[in-house]
Design a protein around this ligand. Structure first.
Ligand code: SF4
Length: 419
């Protein structure tokens, strides 16, 4: 009997990508076969992201393209955060496609298959050869006034330590790098009797050659768990990497954003992390142009970054997301003002990063060559998760020497490569 063919594509954060991989795994468990091209598929699933206005436009044009060019008789299912939080603009494209949400059960019902929930240990069809992504929770306990993800994914639901460990054991057998992800790792387990440090301690007991990368956690939660969390970074399998989104350096703006920490709290988090791990890589996020952000508030963000000296800054221009409190706030800034501020912060960060990165030229690090970077290059990740472009040793642990520094990455050479 000829198996029906499926095609799944996904966008957005690591959590969304992990669910995209699990939708493929689920469909294969239902005897569907993967199609190389969506034009050959009987069912096409797009797992959408809703985080920014520009992302929404990109999603809508991709959905239109898939709908107009899919094989006649094939079905298109629109899944994920955009369908959950913004179904109206999707339905405007055509009533003939199925608009779902972020729950696997809704896809099951639409396919007339017995409903099944997402769970960490369910089969994944990996999108990155050396990397397994493990979701440990969905939703969050935050109420950030600009965030549409909250509308799409709602309240926190932590998966159990047991089901996560089953997924982890599988991941250590089939991958070298494991991403632990959710919308806010820091609040993992507040809805159950667990916590991120408790879970990590259990997972890192698993033998094997692998690196674990932690996803994003909010500073207010890091402050509650750092005493138990930071000692775990002594384990060589845990990348010395922390992603703590700060969003603004102005306490007044942080309050309007609904963030539950101050600029000083954020700096305290970095002091604590660096006291325990002096070379730890700090990644953060900043939103410029939030409603009411006066020039002085913006200057405070620059000043905070100057003090914090992070290694990675993801810069976003504020964009109104329908249904959020911030979308109807007064004192919205002009697009040109937002553009000017993100330009300023981006060049400030570039100089900061290059000065820091130049100091690593000539140094050697343990690393894992975990990703393909194109043009014959691979990305090696040092034990502090710094990206180094190398020419060989893909999928292996290696010793690399940094030969050249750029603001956001390095070039390097392989000194030795695992047999
Ligand atoms: S913590 Fe805030 S920004 Fe993050 S998903 Fe929750 S509401 Fe959105």
């Amino acid at each position: 009997m000829k198996l029906k063919k499926y095609y799944v594509e996904g966008y957005g954060c690591a959590l969304n990508i992990s669910e995209t991989e699990k939708i493929s795994g689920f469909l294969e468990s239902q005897k569907f076969e993967q199609a190389d091209d969506f034009k050959e598929a009987d069912i096409v699933v797009i797992n959408t992201c809703a985080v920014k206005a520009v992302t929404e436009q990109r999603m809508l044009s991709r959905i239109s393209f898939l709908f107009e060019n899919k094989r006649s008789g094939a079905k298109l299912f629109v899944f994920g955060c955009l369908s959950a939080a913004r179904s109206a603009p999707i339905k405007k494209i055509s009533e003939k496609m199925t608009v779902l949400d972020t729950n696997l059960e809704s896809l099951c019902r639409a396919l007339k298959i017995r409903p099944k929930k997402f769970s960490p240990e369910m089969k994944s069809v990996k999108t990155r050869e050396m990397i397994s992504i493990i979701p440990i929770a969905t939703g969050c306990v935050g109420g950030c006034s600009y965030c549409i993800t909250k509308i799409a994914r709602g309240e926190l639901h932590s998966y159990s330590e047991k089901e996560i460990e089953v997924a982890f054991k599988k991941a250590t057998a089939e991958s070298k790098e494991i991403w632990i992800t959710s919308q806010d790792l820091g609040c993992y387990g507040v809805d159950s009797s667990s916590s991120l440090p408790k879970l990590l301690k259990r997972l890192l007991k698993n033998e094997g050659d692998y690196f674990v990368r932690l996803g994003m956690m909010n500073p207010n939660h890091f402050k509650k768990i750092h005493k138990q969390l930071m000692p775990l970074f002594e384990n060589r399998r845990l990348y010395k990497f922390l992603h703590l989104p700060v969003q603004s350096g102005s306490d007044q703006i942080l309050k309007a954003m609904g963030r539950k920490y101050s600029g000083k709290d954020f700096l305290d988090c970095l002091k604590i992390a660096r006291a325990s791990q002096p070379n730890i890589t700090i990644s953060t996020d900043v939103i410029v142009g939030f409603p009411g952000e006066a020039k002085a508030d913006f200057e405070k963000t620059l000043a905070l970054l100057g003090k914090a000296k992070p290694d990675v800054v993801n810069i976003s221009r504020f964009g109104k997301r329908p249904g959020t409190k911030a979308a109807i706030m007064k004192n919205q800034l002009s697009e040109s003002e937002k553009k000017e501020r993100s330009r300023k912060i981006s060049s400030f960060c570039k100089n900061l990063f290059l000065e820091k990165n130049k100091k690593l030229v000539g140094k050697k690090f343990d690393a894992l060559v975990s990703e393909k970077a194109g043009n014959g290059f691979f990305t090696a990740r040092t034990d502090c998760y710094r990206p180094v472009l190398v020419k060989s040793c893909f999928g292996k642990f290696a010793r690399v020497r940094i030969t050249k520094a750029y603001p956001n990455f390095f070039e390097g050479e392989i000194v030795s490569c695992q047999k």
